[in-house]
Design a protein around this ligand. Structure first.
Ligand code: 6YU
Length: 517
């Protein structure tokens, strides 16, 4: 990029007439920021480039296609598809949703999260469990989980983590159950399924890692979660189509960001501090502003070398302390369903598992027991007979190290065991995600871990340098799902964070005459 012509002064800041903005990462946060900068008031004045490490746009929004079937490798649902949700708004505008999702009544449903439809619960001893018992344990778990959201801004919390809070309450509750020991064990095994499901929702290995106090800060929007019939990536493609061609540079793995006074540019008016971004291939880019949308997993791994000068200590601490875990999906296609047509989720209770006991330690022998459940993908006319298993945590990361054959063999054995049918046909196809192995993500999404809080999210989102003012521009801005205090871990949180940082620059330049973004 050429050095910018110099515009008017605001305080001591010599504003460039056409500020150069580099966006790092072409996920929904990065593309959302580019879209806002370039199309705001239809003024295409900002000089915007997006540097993307991989060969594709979309990041954690990733749709795979196999024989005309759509597999969401990353984001699955629009959580809370209603007026306040910008992803829902965009998807509606681009005509990407079906009539059910667009219905007013769908947008008004208040379900508080992702509701589970009719389910069947198998057991590791080959019996289907009574829906009544499963439902009563589901109700107990959801009631306690709802309670655990009530400690936001409380000076004292009854336990450090959501897991410990739930376990204490359950231990108390068990004492009051009138059941015999065997029934109690069965109920605890069922309750353990809900712990695993919630690990997937929070993207964590264990609920013992999720901080109790801030848990209720995550905000749920109304609306019954919906999917994109033709794939989530359609949204990314529509955003891309509205951006100028060639704006995204691919295979540009950003290695170091020089900020503060570490990069001085020769300008017509003398030396001026800018930002320089160096990529792994040695190419460098100079800019007035950088918007970073790097996943928290990548920041955790590279925080010590990514910035020159290093990040301020409190920002380093926020990156270390916030949580970022793995949630993977395993899609399994069968020739024939072994489940009932209306069934929406298959669960498995494992004998002797209990939230009150230590989880099995031998990953190799038991990793598959961590699968929280298998969603039946509907309708069958679109998906065929397809299950999607969700698995979080260390077991999920272990699963990534196995071959397809090892995973298929293990899961075929599981299905044969729990259905009591040793002849059950193995799945004919499998597609799975491996988010922890992805060097540019290193996991799935963020959560507020024990020893961190919502303030850490805000700290992460603060621009650099720290003393940004009307006369001192933000050099490095931080966006991405992990920087949204109430919608972290979602696509709408990511999009809003990208818009937030684009707006930060737009507002800064509004104060500087003749230098419009
Ligand atoms: C949602 C959902 N969903 C499942 C799974 C996953 C996620 N999410 P990106 O990573 O997209 O972009 C960054 C880019 O940067 C990327 O392209 C990189 O290649 C690039 N990059 C990295 N390093 C670089 C470098 N050095 N140089 C240059 N470029 C570099 N969200 O709304 N609905 O159903 C799911 C799900 C398996 C993995 C999800 C879901 C999360 C979203 O996918 C994710 O937040 C956004 O896509 C991130 O966008 P971004 O732009 O920030 O980063 C109480 C409480 C509970 C809290 N949780 C409850 C909500 C549960 C969340 N839902 C999860 C469920 C599923 C199934």
């Amino acid at each position: 990029m050429e050095p910018p012509p110099v515009g008017e002064r605001a305080g001591s800041y010599k504003a460039p007439a056409r500020p150069r903005v580099l966006i790092v990462g072409a996920g929904i946060a990065g593309l959302g920021a580019a879209h806002r900068l370039l199309l705001q008031d239809s003024q295409r004045l900002a000089d915007v480039r997006v540097l993307e490490a991989s060969r594709r746009v979309g990041g954690r929004i990733r749709t795979a296609r196999l024989r005309n079937k759509v597999f969401e490798i990353g984001a699955h649902w629009i959580h809370g598809p209603s007026k306040e949700n910008p992803v829902f708004q965009l998807a509606s505008k681009f005509g990407l949703l079906d009539a059910d999702a667009l219905a007013e009544e769908n947008q008004q449903v208040e379900v508080g999260g992702h509701p589970l439809g009719p389910s069947v619960c198998y057991s590791s001893w080959g019996q289907q469990l009574s829906p009544g018992t499963v439902d009563s344990m589901g109700l107990l778990f959801s009631t306690l989980l709802e309670e655990s959201r009530q400690f936001v801004h409380k000076a004292k919390v009854p336990a450090p983590s959501v897991g410990e809070y739930l376990k204490k309450a359950i231990a108390q509750s068990v004492k009051e159950w009138p059941d015999d020991e065997e029934t109690k064990r069965l109920k605890l095994a069922i309750l353990n399924i809900f712990f695993k499901l919630e690990c997937c929702v929070s993207g964590t290995h264990s609920l013992d890692l999720v901080a109790l106090g801030p848990f209720g800060e995550y905000a749920m929007l109304p609306g019954l979660d919906c999917t994109f019939p033709d794939g989530y990536e359609g949204l990314i493609n529509c955003i891309m189509a509205s951006l100028p061609e060639g704006i995204v540079l691919f295979n540009k793995q950003v290695k170091t960001i020089y900020w503060g006074n570490s990069y001085l540019e020769q300008m017509p008016t003398g030396l001026s501090s800018g930002v320089q971004v160096e990529c792994e291939d040695g190419e460098t880019f100079a800019a007035d502003h950088v918007i970073l949308t790097l996943p928290l997993g990548f920041l955790k791994e590279h925080k010590d070398t990514l910035f020159c000068p290093p990040l301020p200590p409190h920002k380093m601490a926020a990156i270390s302390q916030l949580g970022f875990g793995t949630n993977n999906k395993i899609f399994l296609e069968f020739d024939q369903p072994f489940w009932e047509p209306d069934c929406q989720i298959l669960e498995i209770a494992w004998a002797n598992e209990s939230p009150l006991a230590e989880p099995p330690a031998d990953l190799e022998a038991t990793w598959f027991q961590k699968i929280a459940g298998f969603i039946v993908l509907h309708p069958p006319e679109r998906y065929g007979h397809m299950l999607c298993g969700f698995i979080a945590g260390k077991e999920s990361e272990f699963m990534e190290t196995l071959t397809d054959t090892e995973v298929l063999t293990a899961l075929t054995q599981v299905f044969r065991r729990v259905t009591g049918n040793p002849q059950l046909h193995p799945p004919k196809n499998m597609v799975r995600s491996k988010w922890h192995s992805d060097p540019y993500t290193r996991g799935s999404y963020s959560y507020v871990a024990v020893d961190s809080c919502g303030d850490d999210i805000d700290l992460l989102a603060q621009p650099l340098p720290e003393d940004v003012s009307d006369s001192k521009p933000p050099q490095v801005c931080f966006a991405g799902e992990a920087t949204h205090r109430t919608f972290y871990s979602t696509t709408h949180g990511a999009l809003l964070s990208g818009w937030r940082e684009a707006n930060r620059l737009i507002h800064f330049y509004k104060k500087v005459p003749h230098a419009v973004l």
